[in-house]
Design a protein around this ligand. Structure first.
Ligand code: NAD
Length: 485
């Protein structure tokens, strides 16, 4: 196993900063506190914002090719430390190490791939008298807040485009998973000029303190819809730009013509990956009545066969719930399901210690039961029987969320027609859990505001600036063209 550091520091203005206050970090597989993370307060936040503000003009004026070169260097450093980061990830997040490493390597790839994107200059007019260019210029210091379910990848989705576009950043991880982000900050300290990337961790009060800070030009936030609304409210005070990637209650629709045996495993892992703590996991599985019993039994067998345990031990496919509040929330949903007489189909028994819950299916509960209507964000998957397409589309779309969806159908043309009727930012056909650095992820309805990834995501870290360039001597512009609205 890779050696883990015993001290963690904030990264502010290019240097490691310790704090008197600390927050305990638990291993969710055991419930034991194994490290103390530094806890930034107002003083550290002020220092970080001041550093990001000071560093901004020079970084903005650094040619984009040099900014991209720095981001590419960061990718290499992450790759070189993938084993160490993955071991730390498993310890604080709970995910099995192999999967943790895949996330770390995915983050490195995202850093690299973001440098392959270009920021366009649009020409909206080019005549004998003038040329109008629309540039996309950086905004300034960015406040980045990430959750605990994908602590490295979701940080990469923010750091890489923000810095390529010429902004500076103060990144805050979740108090439940601060260590990988702090270690990432330490590793990348020399990759960028001092103050360009700052990483601060802290308790529950730090997020609201950051979103209220007038020194930030933009907030990029990933987390729950409830918190997203608070972030939007805070941003409204001084009209900070915002990007919000929020919750989901994603539906997958399985049509009767599928090969049940061929797709069952992929469907299963599309719901339970990361112990079902994935924003775009399948959270409502609609199955056509003709194949319902067969697919339900197949999925139940997979739940009974899939090993769940400490992610640091070889052979476990899934780990614990990441934190105690989330664990209690999923237990409450299970209690509610039992109290309402729903049929629960449990998977393999799980360890008694730590935040473990067996992978559980719910056999055809009513649509208004809590386990269907709410985002569980844990291993409890409702299987829902349907009879016809209009009915299932209406039920799938009957949600305040609209993050992603999936259609499983042997007839791809038919599946595509169904996909176009789903009110979500992403729809997969005969696949799930896919994303690429070149494709925007944009939540519909209350699943988000704005988008991440692709050129569209990159442009969220910029503002438009129209530059009118004359081609005739001053004063020679025709009257009509001077008319402004
Ligand atoms: P959360 O909203 O509780 O916390 C997210 C982050 O916000 C944490 O860093 C937290 O410390 C911080 N925070 C909490 N209150 C804040 C406030 N008032 N102001 C500013 N920051 C604050 O979410 P979570 O429980 O960590 O994450 C799970 C949620 O995230 C799920 O709903 C999931 O669907 C969603 N999620 C969405 C995406 C996406 O891309 N759409 C990706 C991953 C997770």
């Amino acid at each position: 196993m890779a050696t883990l550091a015993d001290r963690y520091n904030l990264l502010i203005d290019g240097v490691a900063v310790s704090t008197a206050a600390t927050i305990p970090v638990k291993n969710p597989a055991t419930g034991e506190i194994f490290a103390q993370a530094p806890a930034a307060g107002e003083a550290e936040l002020e220092r970080a914002v001041a550093a990001a503000t000071r560093a901004f003009p020079a970084w903005r004026d650094t040619p984009i090719v040099d900014r991209k070169a720095a981001v590419k260097r960061a990718a290499k450093i992450i790759e070189d430390h993938a084993d160490e980061l993955a071991a730390l990830f498993t310890r604080e997040q709970g995910r099995p190490t192999e999967s943790a490493k895949q996330e770390v390597m995915g983050a490195a790839f995202w850093f690299k791939a973001t440098t392959w994107l270009d920021i366009p200059i649009e020409i909206t007019e080019d005549t004998d008298t003038r040329r109008i260019e629309v540039h996309h210029v950086p905004l300034g210091p960015v406040c980045a807040i990430v959750p605990w379910n994908f602590p490295v990848l979701l940080a990469a989705w923010k750091i890489a485009p923000a810095l390529v576009a010429g902004n500076t950043m103060v990144l805050k991880p979740s108090p439940f998973t601060p260590l990988t982000a702090l270690r990432l900050g330490e590793l990348l300290a020399d990759c960028f000029p001092a103050g360009v990337l700052n990483v601060i961790a802290g308790g529950d009060e730090l997020g609201p303190m950051m979103t209220a800070h007038r020194g930030f030009a933009k907030i990029t936030f990933t987390g729950s819809t409830a918190t997203g609304k608070r972030v939007m409210e805070a941003a409204s005070k001084d009209l900070k730009r915002i990007t919000l990637e929020l919750g989901g209650n994603d539906a997958a629709i399985v049509m009767p013509d599928v090969d049940v045996d061929a797709i069952a495993e992929q469907l299963f892992h599309g719901a339970f990956h990361n112990t079902a703590q994935v924003c775009v996991a399948t959270k409502r599985l609609f199955i056509h009545a003709d194949i319902y019993d067969r697919l339900r039994d197949r999925l139940h067998q997979l739940a009974k066969d899939t090993p769940v345990g400490d992610g640091a031990e070889q052979g476990n496919r899934y780990g614990p719930l990441q934190n105690e509040p989330q664990y209690r929330r999923v237990l409450a949903l299970l209690d509610d399901a039992r109290a309402n007489g729903l049929t629960l189909l449990e998977g393999r028994p799980v360890p008694k210690q730590g935040y473990f819950i067996p992978l559980t299916l719910v056999d055809n509960p009513p649509d208004d039961s809590r386990v269907v209507a709410e985002e569980a964000f844990g291993p409890i998957l409702p299987l829902l029987k349907f009879h016809d397409i209009d009915e299932v589309i209406a039920r799938a779309n009957d949600s305040d969320y609209g993050l992603s969806g999936a259609v499983w159908c042997a007839d791809v043309e038919k599946a595509t027609a169904i996909a176009h009727r789903m009110d979500t930012g992403t729809v997969w056909i005969n696949q799930n859990l896919q994303s690429t650095p070149f494709t925007p992820l944009a939540g519909a309805k209350q699943s988000g505001f704005g988008q991440e990834n692709g050129v569209a995501g990159l442009l969220e870290f910029t503002r438009s600036k129209a530059v009118y360039i004359p081609k005739v001597p001053t004063g020679a512009t025709p009257e009509a063209e001077l008319a402004a609205p």
